[in-house]
Write a protein that binds this ligand. Structure first.
Ligand SMILES: Nc1ncnc2c1ncn2[C@@H]1O[C@H](COP(=O)(O)OP(=O)(O)OP(=O)(O)O)[C@@H](O)[C@H]1O
Ligand SMILES: [Mg+2]
Length: 341
C-alpha cells in the first residue's frame, strides 16, 4: 500500500555556514492508518521533521511525497494535515465548539456541516458536555483533548502530534496516551507522534523510528526493535545499560533484568555465559535492587543486575550468569555521540 507520507533523502540545514544538519538524508514511509512515532533525545531533529511534513519548513534537499505526489513545495494550507502541539494553542476567547470548528470554517464548509463535525469530534474525545465553555475553564488534559478534536475534525490525511502529552502530569499522561490510541484506532487516522519518552513510543507505535543527531538509527515494530536494538545508541535509549565485550561474542548488550547473580563459584547454566564478579553497589529501587558488579569482561566491565537485593553487600564475590538468548550483539562498541549539539 502506498504510504501517506514519504520522505526521500530529506535533509534540513538551518542557516549559518557552520550549521550542522538538523535532519540528514532521512528516508521515511508513514503507513496508512497506522501510528508512527519519532523517538529520540532533545535536539535530534524530531520537530524539524514534523515541520517539514506539515510544510512550515522546506527541506534543504530531498523530496516529500504526500499520497504519492511530490509535495516538497506545497504550502501548508494545501496539505490537509492536522497538528497538535505540546502547548494547546487554543483561542482563549472562543468557546470549545468554536475552537474545534475553527479549521472547518476556514475550509468554508456549510454551517450545519461545521456544527455536525465539531459535535462529532467533541464526542470522540468525551467533551460534549463542555462545548459551551472557554478553554480557561478546562483542565490541561481537557484542553489537550480539545486540541485533538480540532485537529481530527478536519479529517486530515495525516495527524501530526509534537509531544502532545509532555505538559501533563504522569498519571494523566498515561490516561491520555490510551485515549489517543483509541481515537486513532476508531477513526483509522494516520498519525505521526513525536516523543522522547520511550514508554510512550513502545505503547503507541505500530512503527517506531529512532533518530539521533538528525539521522535514522533504527525503525520497526516496537516488539521487534525493543528486544533487538541494532546499536549502542538505540540500546541505551531503550534502557539497556550493560555493554560488555565478551570473549568470542564481541560487543553485546543485555537488560539488567536478564542478568542473574549466583553465589561465588556456583556454575552457570549450559546456555549461559559466566563471569566472576565483585559487587560494588546495591541500590534500593522499590520493588527490587540494582546491583552493580565489577567483572573482568572487556568494554564496560561493570554489569548491572536486577535483584531482590537481600544479603548482598559491596565487596561480596558473585558469579554473574548471562543467558545467551538475551545477549544482543551490537554493531558498534563505541559510546554514542551526544545528540544535543
Ligand atoms: N529555528 C532554528 N534555527 C536554528 N537551529 C535550529 C532551529 N530549530 C531547531 N534548530 C536546531 O536543529 C536541531 C534539531 O532541532 P529540533 O527542534 O528538530 O529537535 P527535537 O528533536 O524536536 O528536540 P526537542 O526534543 O528538544 O524538542 C537542534 O540542534 C536545534 O538546535
Ligand atoms: Mg521538538
Amino acid at each position: 500500500m502506498e504510504p501517506v507520507v514519504r520522505l526521500d533523502r530529506v535533509s534540513h540545514r538551518f542557516g549559518g555556514r557552520d550549521a550542522v544538519a538538523a535532519v540528514s538524508d532521512l528516508d521515511l514511509d508513514v503507513a496508512r492508518g497506522r501510528f508512527t512515532t519519532l523517538l529520540g533525545p532533545s535536539g535530534c531533529g524530531k520537530t524539524t521533521t514534523l515541520r517539514m511534513i506539515a510544510g512550515f519548513l522546506r527541506p534543504t534537499s530531498g523530496r516529500i511525497l504526500l499520497e504519492g505526489a511530490d509535495a516538497t513545495s506545497t504550502p501548508p494550507e494545501k496539505r490537509n494535515i492536522g497538528m497538535v502541539f505540546q502547548s494547546y494553542a487554543l483561542f482563549p476567547h472562543m468557546t470549545i465548539t468554536d475552537n474545534v470548528a475553527f479549521g472547518l470554517r476556514t475550509r468554508r464548509l456549510p454551517g450545519d456541516e461545521v456544527r455536525r463535525r465539531a459535535g462529532e469530534a467533541l464526542e470522540l474525545v468525551g467533551l460534549s458536555h463542555a462545548a459551551g465553555r472557554k478553554p480557561g475553564e478546562l483542565s490541561g488534559g481537557q484542553q489537550q483533548r480539545v486540541a485533538l478534536a480540532r485537529a481530527v475534525a478536519i479529517r486530515p490525511s495525516v495527524l501530526l502530534l509534537d509531544e502532545p502529552l509532555s505538559n501533563l502530569d504522569a498519571r494523566l499522561r498515561v490516561q491520555m496516551r490510551r485515549e489517543l490510541l483509541r481515537v486513532q484506532r476508531e477513526t483509522g487516522l494516520t498519525a505521526v507522534l513525536v516523543t522522547h519518552d520511550q514508554e510512550e513510543a513502545l505503547e503507541l507505535s505500530d512503527t517506531m523510528v529512532i533518530l539521533n543527531a538528525g539521522r535514522l538509527e533504527q525503525q520497526g515494530d516496537p516488539r521487534e526493535v525493543f528486544p533487538r536494538p541494532a546499536n549502542r545508541f538505540v540500546a541505551e535509549f531503550l534502557g539497556y545499560d550493560n555493554f560488555p565485550v565478551l570473549p568470542g561474542a564481541g560487543p553485546v548488550t543485555i537488560r539488567p533484568e536478564h542478568v542473574r547473580l549466583l553465589p561465588a563459584r556456583a556454575a552457570e547454566g549450559a546456555d549461559e555465559a559466566g563471569l566472576d564478579g565483585t559487587v560494588t553497589a546495591v541500590t534500593f529501587q522499590g520493588s527490587h535492587c540494582l546491583v552493580e558488579v565489577d567483572t573482568p569482561a572487556g568494554g564496560d566491565a561493570t554489569l548491572r543486575s536486577v535483584h531482590p537485593g537481600d544479603g548482598l553487600r559491596p565487596g561480596d564475590s558473585v558469579r554473574v550468569a548471562l543467558p545467551r538468548r538475551h545477549l544482543v550483539a551490537l554493531a558498534d562498541a563505541a559510546a554514542p555521540a551526544g545528540a544535543d549539539r
